[in-house]
Design a protein around this ligand. Sequence first.
Ligand code: GDP
Ligand code: MG
Length: 361
Amino acid sequence: MGLEDEIQRVEDKLEETPVNKATEKERGRLKARIAELKEEKQQKQKGTGETSGYAVKKQGDATVALVGFPSVGKSTLLNQLTNADSDTGAYEFTTLDVEPGMMKHRGANIQILDVPGLIGGAAEGRGGGTQVLSVVRNADLVLVMLDPEEMRYDKITGELYDAGIRVNMSPPDMKVEKKGRGGINISTTVDLDIEEDTIKQLMQQKGYTNAEVVIREELDLDRFIDGLMRNRKYVPGITAVNKMDLLSDPEREEYKEKYDLLISAEEGKNLDELRDMIFESIGLIRIYMKEKGEEPDREDPLILREGDTVENALEVLPGDMKDRFKKAKVTGESSKFPEQKVGMDHELMDEDILELNLRHV
Ligand SMILES: Nc1nc2c(ncn2[C@@H]2O[C@H](COP(=O)(O)OP(=O)(O)O)[C@@H](O)[C@H]2O)c(=O)[nH]1
Ligand SMILES: [Mg+2]
């Protein structure tokens, strides 16, 4: 029996199994089996010719995967936001069915990859389109695009979910640690709805004999299995509804509530808002470098991520600055007062001005 058939068979079985306490263990077993088989399928596809050809090269400070059904306006948006139709880029990606563009915003270079075949396109016919999915897996952000004719957000995230990609979900708050002996021990800080027996069985199914499990959220079976799988990817997402020019007033109100942003790619409406939202959702920050006695460089900021420290700045700057570091002066959101003297572990914030005091070599 092929893998596809086996997955189908187990899925059918799960479908037939009623949902109640008595069947929980069995459903857990089936769900974990499905997860395993799907992982196996992914591995297999990786091993065949399917991923040969051009790997998607990440460029710039961050990468955004643009996904949506055909004709919602992805190409139009890409052309508005980026320099897309650069020849070299197009060539590199031709075998992949991925259209790249580079967006410059707030001094950052953000790569946007239009993945046209992923949803409702050719990819389905090619058995999941592993290559194309890997573009999304490796993105820093998924930009989901809808339009008034095509509002099936769940269908899009559902397809990604099936491929192990979790959009706008945090990893389950749990920890599994292998032990030398003692069987499987479970401790929880919350009221769990899953039976201990089910958890133990799932752990054993995943190959654990002795382990310590700590669970800190009220997760369900699916999330618990997610926590046991290694190939899950958690990616932040933005949902934009395009063609807002075609919406009635009540529709506008409704969609504004439900989704992140309404735009018109064609008319260029709300695109600055979208650019800002992309920058912020990825967690990018701008650091203006300053030389002693000079003005900060606001034109060409150093692009870092939220949570990054002076040390991270030193690591990305050219030259062996870490070895030469004496201290830094910071002015901005992260400083208590202008020109605060800080060490390498100081956490920087967006639009901080950073002056480095380095040893001469
Ligand atoms: N009314 C309206 N039409 C748009 C807008 N953006 C794109 N379109 C149209 O939608 C159609 C599909 O756009 P395209 O970018 O090719 O979609 P893709 O298949 O997702 O790449 C084209 O005819 C566009 O002119 C918009 O903001 N408003
Ligand atoms: Mg297109």
